[in-house]
Structures are given as structure tokens and as C-alpha cells.
Design a protein around this ligand. Structure first.
Ligand SMILES: *[C@@H]1O[C@H](CO)[C@@H](O)[C@H](O)[C@H]1NC(C)=O
Ligand SMILES: *[C@@H]1O[C@H](CO)[C@@H](O)[C@H](O)[C@H]1NC(C)=O
Ligand SMILES: *[C@@H]1O[C@H](CO)[C@@H](O)[C@H](O)[C@H]1NC(C)=O
Ligand SMILES: [Mg+2]
Length: 346
């Protein structure tokens, strides 16, 4: 009689109430049936209380939080242009997700020039981790210039981050925290994360090891750009991943030595707590054309077939280096403004 053990303290009074109703009713079949029915419904709702509340509101269970690795990989390949190394992002998440007892939280650091798809990839990740995507209560995005703009408030921010991470991970171990523009964060603020991403089984009873922390920044962009220009000049293509293999190694070395890098002097780096560095490469014309076409298809369907429109938008975008013009200097970032401008002018 499981009903009368664990949840007995709720069920017993209900049961007695139902009995009382049954016997105090004038024993007409209708009221008997309705009393019996309400007793059953009440008992069922108590036994399945958790499942019921998960049915109506987001909870940490599988029906709301479940990683779709295949879907994520496919979406990245279809939507994020020019990033042959991005598979490492889905691999890292998959490995961590499948591990029921990871040794520590997953910490990913995404680096690259602006407009290359870092934020976009993270949004796609949210869509494939949480049923509610980026609107999930377990997905947290902080932007340095919005949330942590004043370096004199370092201590306040550190307390906030500490409290938010603690509070949210205690609600759901599989929470995701994204810190955008970490190169613009007050120096050493990220150090507050160290205990949460270190090899601790738990801190005050809370296990942080299933959480995911993602850092986004432009640091390392010059290195990535320089290396890509060299490869391009010597006729190598980014899809030849043997050229790319050394990239994350170069990047992590660079992050350690770059004086301007937010991570350089951080405790996370010094204690090797960043699980992976993932480079985002500058975009070439064809990639930007892909972005422009996607945008037209999604937001300006009336103009998708228009001749020259894509070329006119491309002409508005700066490419570097000056003579060879290999790479869009803002990646796919400004295409919405530029397309609207071109459409207005015509
Ligand atoms: C995972 O994503 C793929 C591709 O979007 C989709 O076909 C599949 O139904 C998804 N699986 C689950 C369990 O949602
Ligand atoms: C969870 O994080 C959000 C910020 O994303 C914060 O506003 C909220 O208070 C946190 N919740 C808990 C329970 O700490
Ligand atoms: C960083 O600063 C040190 C001195 O503080 C200097 O020796 C080193 O060359 C600098 N490194 C870079 C990559 O600028
Ligand atoms: Mg950005």
C-alpha cells in the first residue's frame, strides 16, 4: 500500500473526506459516483503531482530539457556558414551530456571576429537543449556591456553571479550560463566561477558538474585572421581540416599569452578549467551570400528572386585585407541594415 506510506499524510485525510461524503450522501447513485470520482481524481493528482506540474510548466525533466545531438549538428551545418571546426562544439556538449557523472562542469570558450556566428551557434544550442529554447528558465545569457558595465561594481557583480549560479543550479543541474563579450568584463570577474567549474563533487550539497558555461569573445581574432589570410594566400581551403587541426592549440596558447585577453590572468585559465577553445573563422564572400539569402528568405520573401540584390548588399560590406578582400570584416553582422538600406534606395 504505497499510497498510504510516503504520501499517506496527504492521502489519509482525503480518503476520510471521501468516505464521509459517500456515507453522508443520501446514497443516491449519482452523488456516490461523483464522490468516488473526486476521491480518485484527488488521489491521482497527489501521486502524480510532479508529473502534472511538469506538464503545465517548464521543469528540469526530460520532457523540457533534453539534448538533441543530431538535430544540433544538422542545424549548425545548415545555418552557421564557414565554420569547419564547429563540430567540436556539438561533440563537447554531447560528451558532457551523455556522461551521467562528469568530473566537472563543461566550460567552452568561443573566440573569433565579430559576425562569425558565436552568438548564433549558442542560440541554436539552446534550441536543441531546451524545449523552450533561449526562453528556457534554465538558459542564462549575460552580456558584459549590458549586465556588468562598471568595473567599480566588481564586487556587486561577483556576488550576483555567485548567487545566480548557485540558485539556478540548485533548481536544475543542467543549466546553461553564457557570458558574452567576456573581453569587456571587469577584470577578474570571471574568477567568481572557479569553484563552480572546478573538480568538486558538490559545494554545500549542490552538484555543479552537469552545468555548462560558455564564454564568447573577440579575443584571438587577430591571430585567427592572420592565420586565415596566410592559408588563403597559399591557396589552402578552410574545408581542408588538416590545416585547421592546429588552430585550437594556437588559440589556447594565444589566450594564455595575450596581455589584453580577459582570460589570461584568470584563475579559470591558470587552473586549466576551460574544457575547450573553439575558434570561429572570418567569413568569405560565399558565406556572406549564404547569410544574405537566408535573411531574404526568412524576412523579405517578396525580394528573394530579385536580380542583383545580393550583389548590391555585398558591395556595401567592407572586406579585408584591402588589396585581396578575402574576408568580410563584420562577418554576417551588418547584413540586415545593409539589405534594408539597399531595398530603401531602390
Ligand atoms: C532531433 O532533431 C531532428 C532534426 O531536427 C529531428 O528530426 C528529430 O525529431 C529530433 N529528435 C527529437 C527526439 O526531438
Ligand atoms: C537565476 O538567474 C537569473 C538571471 O538569469 C536571476 O535573475 C535569478 O534570480 C536566478 N534564480 C535564482 C533562483 O537564483
Ligand atoms: C605582454 O606583456 C609583457 C610584459 O608585461 C611583454 O613582455 C609581452 O611581450 C607582452 N605580450 C604580448 C603578446 O603583447
Ligand atoms: Mg557578439
Amino acid at each position: 500500500m504505497k499510497l498510504f506510506t510516503a504520501r499517506g499524510k496527504f492521502l489519509l485525510p482525503l480518503f476520510l473526506l471521501a468516505l464521509h461524503q459517500i456515507f453522508s450522501a443520501e446514497a443516491n447513485p449519482l452523488s456516490l459516483a461523483s464522490a468516488a470520482f473526486s476521491a480518485i481524481a484527488l488521489s491521482v493528482s497527489f501521486v502524480y503531482k510532479d508529473q502534472l506540474s511538469c506538464y503545465f510548466a517548464e521543469c528540469c525533466g526530460k520532457q523540457w530539457v533534453d539534448f538533441n545531438h543530431t538535430g544540433f549538428k544538422e542545424a549548425l551545418a545548415a545555418k552557421v556558414y564557414g565554420q569547419p571546426l564547429i563540430g567540436r562544439l556539438s561533440e563537447a556538449v554531447q560528451e558532457h551530456w551523455n556522461n551521467r557523472h562528469p568530473a566537472k562542469a563543461l566550460v567552452l570558450s568561443l573566440h573569433g571576429p565579430t559576425g562569425t556566428g558565436k552568438n548564433y551557434a549558442v542560440r541554436i544550442l539552446a534550441d536543441h537543449l531546451f524545449k523552450r529554447g533561449g526562453r528556457s528558465r534554465y538558459f542564462h545569457l549575460f552580456s558584459a556591456t549590458v549586465h556588468f558595465p562598471h568595473s567599480r561594481l566588481l564586487d556587486t557583480y561577483a556576488d550576483q553571479i555567485h548567487e545566480w549560479v548557485r540558485g539556478n543550479v540548485s533548481l536544475c543541474g543542467k543549466s546553461v550560463f553564457v557570458f558574452d563579450e567576456i573581453d569587456k568584463m571587469p577584470h577578474s570577474l570571471l574568477d567568481v566561477l572557479k569553484p563552480f567549474v572546478d573538480y568538486h563533487e558538490h559545494i554545500n550539497g549542490i552538484d555543479y558538474r552537469r552545468a555548462i558555461f560558455i564564454f564568447l569573445s573577440n579575443s584571438g581574432s587577430e591571430l585567427i585572421m592572420r592565420r586565415m589570410v596566410e592559408l588563403k594566400r597559399s591557396g589552402h581551403d578552410r574545408s581542408d581540416t588538416s590545416n585547421m587541426a592546429k588552430f585550437d592549440h594556437l588559440l589556447s596558447e594565444h589566450v594564455y599569452s595575450d596581455n589584453s585577453s580577459a582570460l589570461r590572468s584568470s584563475a579559470l585559465l591558470q587552473h586549466h578549467l576551460v574544457s575547450r577553445f573553439i575558434p570561429f573563422l572570418p567569413l568569405e564572400r560565399d558565406h556572406v551570400i549564404g547569410c544574405i539569402k537566408d535573411y531574404l528568405k526568412a524576412s523579405q520573401p517578396a525580394h528573394t528572386g530579385e536580380k542583383d540584390l545580393v550583389d548590391r548588399v555585398l558591395n556595401e560590406l567592407p572586406f579585408v585585407p584591402n588589396d585581396e578582400r578575402f574576408f568580410s570584416s563584420a562577418g554576417c553582422k551588418r547584413i540586415v541594415d545593409k539589405t534594408l538600406m539597399v531595398l530603401n534606395d531602390s
